[in-house]
Write a protein that binds this ligand. Structure first.
Ligand SMILES: [Zn+2]
Ligand SMILES: [Zn+2]
Length: 243
């Protein structure tokens, strides 16, 4: 699948590169906030600053939250992938931290997801040994779907927007291959369970289990960790968008 066609648009906050078609919008995208009007704020909105605005101390709007700050509380310019800005944009001290964490996701984990991982797929209720198939699971380049590639079998793609929950699996059926804890006492993922709605809105669940015979279990573990982060980003956005 090729990347969707995009166009440049200019908003008051800066240049944005967005898909030509609305259906191609990434599930990680969040919308620009309305700006707090200048006449509604006489002091910096950082509660531990509250500096009064005048002709020398000017107002600056955070591009991420839309609130109004003095220069020293809003002087960092940081990439804001989720609003599709081409260049780094001005953000308040609180938002800068959130964006930096997200940028780590975009720089690293998103690539892991698109690169893919090899998993044994178990459908819900599918407990019979030997009935499972091995797939390469990938996030599509438009970030909207998880696809399943195999020479022998087919599985419906999962829409990221229709993902309802993810759960990390540890130990379990493959406990002998995957100890629950690593040498440092951290939980070791052996797989991930994903609950989703399919195209006819039926609820479904798949378990993706790292292939016990895989020579590259680390890749699978990284993919699982990245999927958990991806779900968290989308889930938080759903919460924010609720009226
Ligand atoms: Zn902010
Ligand atoms: Zn301030």
């Amino acid at each position: 699948m090729s990347a969707p066609e995009k166009k440049l648009v200019r908003s008051k906050s800066g240049l944005r590169m967005i898909p030509v078609n609305n259906v191609d919008v990434s599930p990680f995208t969040i919308s620009e906030p309305p700006w707090v009007p200048d006449n509604e704020c006489v002091v910096c909105m950082n509660s531990s600053c509250r500096a009064k605005f005048d002709f020398r101390r000017r107002r600056h709007h955070c591009r991420r939250c839309g609130r109004c700050f003095c220069n020293s509380c809003c002087d960092s310019k940081v990439p804001l992938n989720r609003m599709c800005f081409v260049d780094p944009v001005r953000q308040c001290n609180v938002c800068v931290e959130v964006s930096r964490k997200e940028n780590e996701f975009f720089d690293k984990h998103l690539k892991t997801l698109c690169n893919g991982g090899d998993f044994v797929l178990k459908e819900s209720g599918d407990e019979i040994e030997g009935s499972s198939s091995t797939f390469r699971c990938k996030l599509s380049t438009d970030n909207r779907t998880v696809t399943f590639e195999s020479n022998h079998d087919k599985h419906e793609p999962i829409q990221m927007e229709r993902l309802e929950s993810v759960q990390i699996l540890t130990g379990g059926v493959d406990a002998e291959v995957f100890p629950r804890l690593d040498d440092d006492g951290n939980m070791v993922a052996s797989g991930i369970a994903m609950k989703y709605q399919n195209h006819s809105s039926d609820k479904n669940m798949v378990k993706l289990v790292i292939n016990p015979t895989s020579t590259n279990k680390r890749e699978g573990q990284m993919w699982i960790a990245a999927m958990q982060k991806a779900f968290k980003l989308i889930h938080e956005t759903r919460m924010l968008d609720k009226p």
